[in-house]
Design a protein around this ligand. Structure first.
Ligand SMILES: [Ca+2]
Ligand SMILES: [Ca+2]
Length: 93
């Protein structure tokens, strides 16, 4: 992850470990605190890695949630308008 310094430049990278192969990332405010969080499908362990925003430019370590085989993509949406999101993950059949 490269943070924008506000002047058109980016910071030195910060790595967030998923523990395996990850092909995409999705960002949304999962917990409704006003700060974007992100999630990554991780196909080696058939899980979804969720990183919550610490509100200081850093993120938590991954919390892994089991999915089906080889999750490939994901999407989050707030169906009931309470500012918290449900996360969908697509899997490889
Ligand atoms: Ca958040
Ligand atoms: Ca909701």
């Amino acid at each position: 992850m490269l943070l924008n310094d506000g002047d058109g430049y980016f910071s030195v990278k910060t790595e967030y470990e998923t523990g395996g192969r990850s092909w995409t990332v999705y960002s949304a405010d999962f917990d409704g605190d006003g700060f974007l969080d992100f999630a990554v499908p991780e196909s080696d362990s058939d899980s979804l890695c969720v990183f919550m925003n610490n509100t200081d430019g850093t993120f938590t370590t991954a919390v892994k949630y089991a999915t089906g085989d080889s999750p490939q993509g994901l999407y989050a949406i707030d169906f009931d308008g309470d500012s918290t999101n449900i996360i969908f993950s697509t899997i490889d059949f």
